[in-house]
Write a protein of this length. Structure first.
Length: 135
């Protein structure tokens, strides 16, 4: 079955970070959920549902540490530049984060930011920065 869409797709995504409090020494999957909304009111619901079920591709994440004393140093220290991540069938982005081995150049306890970017159909989305803490 083919469906022809004669108007531009109006797609929005909403993301949420699941892990917000971590402990130093943990190795776990950072999880960012993705909810896709098709805003075209003229499309039938079954077409919208097909589009919502389409997978996101090329997920990447970036992790930065927020420097509390930004007078003597930059406001953020990059821990991990954009690097490949994986996705689940429900479009949750997963990144295996080792709080011990990935944090060798900074004081581990503190506030961090994770940002994800990914593709959906022909568009590239970047999430808002999500804050999390390591104690």
């Amino acid at each position: 079955t083919f469906t022809t869409i004669t108007e531009p797709l109006l797609i929005t995504t909403q993301n949420r970070l699941v892990n917000k409090k971590l402990r130093y020494g943990e190795k776990l999957d950072m999880k960012i959920t993705t909810e896709i909304t098709v805003q075209n009111s003229t499309l039938p619901e079954d077409t919208k549902n097909i589009l919502k079920d389409y997978p996101i591709t090329n997920p990447q994440i970036k992790i930065e540490r927020v420097n509390e004393d930004s007078i003597n140093q930059p406001a953020r220290t990059e821990i991990q530049a954009y690097t490949d991540a994986t996705t689940t069938t429900d479009n949750t982005i997963l990144y295996s984060f080792d709080t011990e081995n990935d944090l060798t150049d900074v004081v581990p306890a503190g506030t961090y930011i994770i940002t994800a970017k990914y593709s959906y159909l022909t568009q590239t989305f970047v999430t808002v920065p999500f804050y999390f803490t390591i104690t």
